[in-house]
Design a protein around this ligand. Structure first.
Ligand code: ADP
Ligand code: MG
Length: 413
């Protein structure tokens, strides 16, 4: 998928978008939806590659979101397949306005009974995974569904468009089926959908940010206990803005780099005799480890410390004080964890030189996006400096945009 088109600068007002989506739903499926739900993407402020080490993360939900309009099929409903033959009412139809090929809507269809990993390919696997895990709960039967998705979270930029899609689906189905699931339970269920159905070994952070985030706050999450706390992140009040630099360089969790980093961490923990790197004491002796493992372990230990420090500073109202922690995080990801890339380094270095108080890559790395904490007055300067540096370096023009710590997932209409 080429990914530029998912970002739609126009129409960020969720109420307006939801009304338009409901109308489009009615055109596509011939009946109105039961409702429209939204789930935001997220930016991880700090705490990278700590999640699967039982560590700390500090993401925030952003003002870009996936909207889903959904209608549950009625038990007596007759669904026609492509040939006009009658099929059962347990058919799930999916459509997305994300249309990189320009062929209209991107669509998928599957049946709920017998739904198993591998049965749905492409983006449909995310909502299908959610249907699958909900169906595995005691006493829950998911009927056929019609769903139309429209997302302003850019795809593949490291802002978790995939989790926004999963979370929007689970909040919609929880609501429509009256399941009464708690938010942390929804986070665990979407993690299962991703791990067991989509087949991506991801943690709990992204869904938690999307489900538990609040406007003007970041979510301090302990990935071991799954305890979380909202920490104030009033960027605008402090004359700051958060810029995202989407490098346009494709990242992929499925590729070897992510798995290799996880394996290094497991090796390090085993060699140090602990269950996970979370348990390594501050002054641990790393000399028995090989050089590469030392660097990987050192990143995770220092990054956990930086998250705790960032939380302290934010609790004390020192938003600017987080800046140098972001820069230190980037250096550690670049040098010790080795998950950056030239475009991310260029974005960070340029932003810092142009007046950002802090900047770092965000997300898994190997591409995706960088973030910069920038005095609002310097926003334009940073934007143009980054654009010029990319042009001078012969890189594709990055997409640079501001994000605001926004509300978590919920029903829009
Ligand atoms: P990200 O960092 O954006 O989460 P991923 O590679 O994890 O990147 O997820 C991107 C995938 O999520 C896409 O390839 C697609 O399968 C799915 N996806 C996200 N947003 C949409 C959308 N609006 N329409 C269809 N699929 C989407
Ligand atoms: Mg993703």
């Amino acid at each position: 998928m080429s990914r530029r088109q998912a970002a739609r600068p126009a129409g960020h007002d969720d109420g307006v978008r939801a009304d338009a989506l409901a109308r489009r739903f009615t055109e596509v499926y011939g009946r109105a939806p039961d409702g429209v739900w939204r789930a935001p993407g997220r930016v991880n402020l700090i705490g990278e590659h700590t999640d699967y080490n039982d560590g700390y993360v500090l993401p925030f939900a952003i003002d870009r979101s996936a909207l889903v309009a959904v209608r549950l099929r009625r038990p007596d409903e007759v669904v026609r397949d492509g040939d006009g033959a009658a099929a059962a009412s347990d058919v799930v139809d999916l459509a997305s306005t994300y249309d990189p090929d320009g062929s209209g809507l991107s669509r998928a269809r599957f049946r709920v009974p017998g739904l198993a990993p591998g049965a749905v390919a492409g983006w449909g696997a995310y909502p299908a995974g959610v249907v699958h895990v909900l169906g595995s709960l005691d006493g829950v039967e998911v009927p056929g569904v019609e769903l139309l998705l429209d997302s302003t979270v850019p795809v593949g930029a490291g802002l978790s468009s995939s989790h926004a899609l999963e979370v929007a689906t689970i909040v919609a189905l929880d609501d429509l089926l009256g399941l009464g699931l708690e938010r942390p339970a929804m986070a665990r269920l979407t993690q299962r959908a991703e791990n067991e159905f989509v087949g991506a070994p991801t943690g709990i952070m992204d869904q938690s940010a999307s489900l538990l985030g609040r406007a003007g706050a970041a979510l301090f999450l302990d990935c071991r206990t799954q305890e979380s706390e909202l920490v104030p992140l009033p960027v605008a009040e402090h004359g700051l803005t958060v810029l995202v630099v989407d490098t346009g360089v494709a990242h992929s969790h499925a590729d070897g780099g992510y798995g290799a980093r996880r394996a290094s961490c497991e090796r390090g923990a085993a060699a140090l005799g602990v269950a996970s790197l979370r348990d390594v004491p501050e002054q641990a002796d790393l000399s028995a480890l090989d050089g590469e493992t030392v660097r990987r372990v050192r990143h995770v230990l220092s990054e956990n410390r930086r998250v705790l420090e960032a939380v302290e500073r934010l609790r004390a109202g020192d938003v600017r004080g987080v800046g140098n922690l972001l820069a230190a995080s980037h250096a550690s990801l670049r040098d010790d964890y080795e998950v950056s890339c030239p475009e991310l380094d260029l974005a960070v270095d340029t932003a810092l030189a142009a007046g950002a108080v802090g900047a770092r890559m965000t997300g898994g790395g190997f591409g995706g996006s960088a973030i910069a904490l920038v005095p609002a007055a310097q926003g334009e300067q940073v934007r143009s400096a980054v654009a010029e540096a990319f042009a001078a370096g012969g890189h594709r023009a990055p997409d640079v945009f501001a994000v605001v710590p926004g509300e978590g997932a919920g029903r829009v209409r």
